[in-house]
Structure formats: structure tokens, C-alpha cells
Design a protein around this ligand. Structure first.
Ligand code: P6P
Length: 339
């Protein structure tokens, strides 16, 4: 039988000295929260968890019932452990310091409780994304602040997602490779089913919302035009397209069989910086993709090198198979030279 998540983490702690006991606890509690979130999602209309609320989140997006439910589950499952100083979420405007009734620790966690939540109402895959940072050394003597979270993605100590699809899977990195676990619903345990996930360097599959084509910058327009032309143009093969409107599902497909995902900034006023959020969507996914041998850029730079200036800032995202990300990077470079 495949190793359990607990066995995997203990081995990582013992053999690799890779993770502190507190980080092992953190991942275990995140995994437990994701199991609970997946269970609530699976009830659908039977559990009165579908549909929207009257409220909007800090992004100005209508909140789904599940966004709020999953956010509460994640907070409750993680805040008591004594390993965290504070949490931050797509669904909360400001950071959530660990309540004084609990001990505080040296880690910070950022999360998107339900990524792609509009898919839940139509029974398509969604996920939970998380990113883990170390708090500054002086955190024990003070309350955490938003500034403590504004660290570039290259400072993440762990990242991952749960995907709630035909299977419920948990994909994590602790800084040395990417590992996928499948939830054994009968035993209630996560089993290591995808050790050492790698993104194939080459691909013939791209993921982009093509309805935005008229807004794209020239490098993206050129890249997609070449993919559409396939062997009738300069490409060595024809391409296929996928778009699931759930970043977790698209990234999981890319981690499993390769591909390139693009949600670039474009000329729409609301997307000039990009649509996806840097700290709890782009950074964790970029860490996973790079750890699996792929590339992750904004167009102008490596996503993990972006210095954050705000908790909910957005960023342009292009990630996946290294050869395609490199090709797109060169198109952006050529556009800069032509400026
Ligand atoms: P669009 C979901 O709302 C999300 O944040 C990502 O999961 C997904 O990749 C993207 O937005 C979909 O955006 O504009 O195609 O609906």
C-alpha cells in the first residue's frame, strides 16, 4: 500500500532533515482542512452549499456560499496548532492573526479556500491553494502585520493545492520536488500516488481564455496565433486547447501531462496587472511548477522574483512546460526591444 501523507512527512523530516516538526504539523492540518472542504463540496445541493451570497469579497467578486464556508473551515482547522503567527485569505480583506487563546508560531500561511468557485454550481473541478512563508525573526515579540506577508515567492518554504475532482488529490512541495496524494475515502487517509511529479519539457497543449483575444498584448497574440497555425505555420506540430476556468484544474493537468497556462495581463482596465493573485495563487503554483521542472513567468520576469506590494495584488501568469514558457519569454523580450 502506498505511503500515507504522515509517513511521507515523517520520512522527509527524518531522512532529509528537510522540514521542522512545526512545518510537518502545518501540512497535516492543511491536508485535514482540505479533506473537510472536499467533503462539504461533495454534498452540493444536498448540503445547501451551492449558489451565491449577497456579499462581495475584497476582490469585488460575488461570494459563493462555499467560499465563506471553506474559508471558515480552513481558519478553524489551522489557527490552533501553535505553528502559525497569522493567516491571509482571498476571502478576507486583512490578515487573520492567530487568536490570543492559541499559542503563536513562526509560519505564515496564505490561501485561496476555493479557487474557481463558480465551477462548483455546475459540478466541475475546483481546488484549494496554499502558500507557506516563514515569519520575520522578530515575530515572537509582536503581532503579525500585512507587511510580514509581502515576501517574494522565492521565500516560500512550502506550497500546494487540493483538487476536488473525480478524485480528491493533494499536491505539495516542501522545496525538494513535487508529491501527489490521493484521498482514500474509505480509510480517510491521503496516499502517496504521484511521487516526484515532473512537467514534461515539451507540449502541444495550451490553456487560455480565448474570449479575451482582442485584449491581449502582442507577444501573447503572436504565441497563440502560432499555436493555432500549427504545422501550417512555423510550429513543428498542431496544438490542442483546454480552458477549465479553474486554475487548480489547469495546473494539475499540466503537472500531470504537460501544457502551458496563460492568464496574462491585458488591455482591460481591470486586468492591466493581471487577473490572478500573486500571493495565494501565482506564487504557490509557480513554486510547484518550477519544482517540477517547468517555468513560471509574468512575461517580463520570473513570478517567484516579484516583490509584492499588496496582499491582494494581481499578476500576469504564464507557466508550464519549460520549452513553451521559454518561447513566450523570448516573444516578450523581442517586444521590449522593439519598444
Ligand atoms: P476567467 C477562477 O475564478 C480564476 O481565479 C482561476 O481559477 C481561473 O484560471 C480564472 O480565474 C478564470 O478566469 O476570466 O476565464 O473566468
Amino acid at each position: 500500500m502506498q505511503n500515507s501523507l504522515t509517513q511521507f512527512l515523517i520520512e522527509q523530516q527524518r531522512s532529509e532533515q528537510l522540514i521542522e516538526p512545526e512545518l510537518r504539523l502545518l501540512v497535516e492540518l492543511v491536508a485535514r482542512a482540505c479533506k473537510r472542504i472536499g467533503h462539504v463540496i461533495s454534498k452540493g445541493a444536498l448540503g445547501d452549499v451551492l449558489g451565491s451570497l449577497e456579499s462581495e469579497n475584497v476582490q469585488g467578486e460575488v461570494q459563493k456560499k462555499l467560499d465563506v464556508i471553506a474559508n471558515e473551515i480552513f481558519l478553524e482547522a489551522n489557527e490552533w496548532g501553535g505553528h502559525l503567527a497569522a493567516l491571509a485569505s482571498e476571502e478576507m480583506e486583512t490578515i487573520h492573526p492567530v487568536p490570543n487563546r492559541y499559542p503563536k508560531g513562526e509560519y505564515l500561511i496564505l490561501f485561496d479556500p476555493i479557487d474557481g468557485s463558480s465551477n462548483v454550481d455546475v459540478n466541475l473541478s475546483v481546488g484549494t491553494i496554499f502558500s507557506v512563508l516563514k515569519a520575520p525573526d522578530d515575530i515572537s515579540g509582536r503581532d503579525a502585520s500585512e507587511a510580514d506577508f509581502l515576501q517574494p515567492g522565492n521565500r516560500q518554504v512550502a506550497a500546494g493545492y487540493a483538487i476536488y475532482g473525480p478524485q480528491t488529490q493533494l499536491v505539495i512541495t516542501l522545496g525538494r520536488g513535487v508529491f501527489g496524494f490521493t484521498l482514500d475515502r474509505e480509510m480517510g487517509s491521503w496516499r502517496l500516488t504521484h511521487p516526484d511529479m515532473r512537467v514534461p519539457t515539451k507540449t502541444t497543449e495550451y490553456a487560455i481564455n480565448a474570449s479575451n483575444a482582442r485584449h491581449w498584448d502582442e507577444p501573447v497574440r503572436q504565441y497563440i496565433e502560432d499555436c493555432l497555425a500549427g504545422t501550417d505555420g512555423g510550429r513543428e506540430s498542431d496544438f490542442n486547447m483546454r480552458w477549465t476556468a479553474s486554475m487548480v484544474a489547469d495546473v494539475h493537468r499540466i503537472l500531470t501531462r504537460g501544457g502551458v497556462f496563460l492568464y496574462p495581463s491585458d488591455s482591460r482596465p481591470s486586468v492591466t496587472e493581471g487577473k490572478l493573485r500573486l500571493l495565494y495563487e501565482a506564487n504557490p503554483m509557480a513554486m510547484l511548477i518550477e519544482q517540477a521542472g517547468g517555468g513560471a513567468i509574468t512575461g517580463d520576469q520570473r513570478i517567484l522574483d516579484v516583490q509584492p506590494i499588496g496582499l491582494h495584488q494581481r499578476v500576469s501568469v504564464i507557466l508550464g512546460s519549460a520549452d513553451e514558457v521559454s518561447r513566450i519569454s523570448k516573444l516578450y523580450e523581442a517586444a521590449r526591444i522593439d519598444l
